[in-house]
Design a binder for this molecule. Structure first.
Ligand code: GLA
Length: 463
């Protein structure tokens, strides 16, 4: 059992179960997160609002079967690592534009300074994406429930565009951003548009997000490839009215924004530093609820340069000082002669790492004494879904999860990081589901994985 006796550098054992509040002590990217109840955090296309010292995360609630709107979720956190499920902030409506068999995406909440109300904006659409507009909903309390009011109007008309974002400037003005680069200023009550301040300047440029540092505005967005990843890029300007100057990619070209799509940038202001939290989505249709993950990275900002120079699997941010620090998550390779690991079905040694299988029902399992368990694997163009089950020493299931092994380019990544569990001996099974990420883009083009491979390369545990 040499192989799975490995160490997890700096991942401390906080000794609490998944049902308690502190399950994580870092921001992990590219792995499913579990909330205070042990459920997968489902909040994509999200934004974060800091209110009375707490962070509130609003995002798309998904299921694993269809793209139809099922509501927007709200979670809260004090540290950005551990998320408490608050409620479905905007539920599926009985009928209408956010009723059954519609699409609702990219919810963004801002507090209106003049009324004190919380206003949520979103992209509403048909399942085929042919009736898009920016809608809004309001609530007295930040967690909701929000009341949906239909389209946000400009000169009495809806804004018929799809990807949207929001930006609140220092003096409290609110803006709605649209794909292509349109920027609209909100009225003082945030319930209509008073003025268009910038016209679209770019084809595509989806998932728009703006943040500001000093007197410079940064406008981030993605290329137009549906849920498939691409190299996202940005513009800068000294005024929201432009002119916007194209600055290029902000993650190394070819990493496809470290396999993610922009949704929001949150400045975390501390006594020493401001850390700019880049929030990206790693989509995974159809398993958007269980297997789509979050790529949250500290954005380096210097003059007009912004970058995500290296992918941080785990990092921390000090809520007092604002200082971000990296954490190294180390694992030990699972070798061919390892005795503590059982392979059932057809597994082959990989050239890059570990063993792989695309045989539905094939299983790799291991038993470890641990409080936290992580798994590294090879994400690949023909990667598929794995089902992970963790059982305790009594044989009871304590956690189930789906993990997506797809990436357009092969790369070994942390694919799973469970929450901190009670000290016990756990048996982990990773099984090949024989299913994969795929999506038919608006253009009709098919994207996603070409196979069903699951490749496990190493395991990390915290005892
Ligand atoms: C893009 C958009 C998403 C969603 C998908 C659907 O990725 O940014 O919000 O609309 O397309 O294809």
């Amino acid at each position: 059992m040499r192989t799975v006796i490995v160490f997890l550098a700096l991942i401390g054992n906080v000794g609490l179960s998944a049902q308690t509040k502190k399950a994580y002590n870092a921001i992990f990217s590219g792995v499913p997160w579990f909330d205070d109840k042990g459920n997968t955090v489902s909040a994509h296309g999200a934004n974060i609002v800091k209110d009375k010292g707490k962070y509130y995360l609003f995002g798309e609630r998904h299921n694993d079967t269809s793209n139809a709107f099922v509501g927007f979720n709200c979670y809260s956190s004090a540290d950005l690592y551990n998320w408490k499920f608050e409620r479905i902030a905007l539920p599926l409506q009985a009928s209408g534009k956010l009723g059954p068999n519609r699409v609702g995406e990219r919810p963004k909440v801002m507090k209106c300074p003049s009324t004190g109300e919380y206003i949520m904006y979103m992209h509403a659409d048909t399942l085929g994406y042919v009736d898009q507009f920016v809608g809004y909903a309001t609530a007295k309390n930040i967690t909701g429930p929000y009341t949906f009011h239909g389209p946000l109007l400009y000169n009495g008309k809806p804004i018929k565009k799809w990807d949207m974002g929001t930006f609140q400037d220092k003096e409290g003005s609110g803006y709605v951003l649209l794909h292509g680069g349109d920027i609209y200023k909100l009225s003082t009550d945030y319930k209509s548009i008073s003025e268009q301040v910038n016209k679209a300047f770019e084809r595509g440029f989806e998932s728009p997000a703006i943040f500001r540092k000093d007197s410079l505005y940064y406008f981030l967005g993605s290329d137009l490839t549906g849920w498939e990843r691409n190299d996202n890029y940005y513009f800068t300007a000294t005024s929201l009215k432009g002119p916007w100057i194209k600055r290029g990619f902000f993650a190394p070209q070819g990493t496809l924004t470290w396999n993610s799509q922009t949704t929001f940038v949150l400045p975390i202001e501390g006594t020493k530093e401001t850390t700019y939290l880049f929030m990206g989505d790693r989509w995974s249709f159809p398993k958007q609820a269980s297997a789509a993950t979050y790529v949250w990275q500290p954005l380096a900002v210097s003059g007009y340069n912004i970058s995500l120079p290296g992918f941080k699997e785990a990092w921390t941010v000090d809520q007092k000082t604002g200082v971000g620090s990296s954490i190294t998550v180390k694992g030990e390779a699972i070798g061919a002669g390892d005795t503590g690991i059982t392979y059932t079905g057809n597994w082959k040694q990989d050239t890059l790492a570990g063993k792989s299988s695309d045989e539905k029902g094939a299983i790799v399992s291991f038993t470890v004494k641990a409080t936290q368990i992580g798994i590294f694997g090879l994400a690949r163009p023909d990667g598929g879904y794995a089902g992970i089950v963790i059982r305790n020493s009594k044989g009871e299931t304590v956690l189930t999860s789906n993990v997506d092994f797809y990436s357009k380019y092969p790369v070994v990544l942390l694919k799973f990081m469970g929450p901190v569990l009670k000290k016990d001996t756990y048996t982990v099974t990773v099984s090949v589901l024989g299913e994969r990420w795929w999506w038919k883009e608006k253009s009709g083009r098919l994207s996603g994985s070409k196979g069903h491979y699951v490749s496990v390369s190493s395991v990390v545990i915290s005892e």
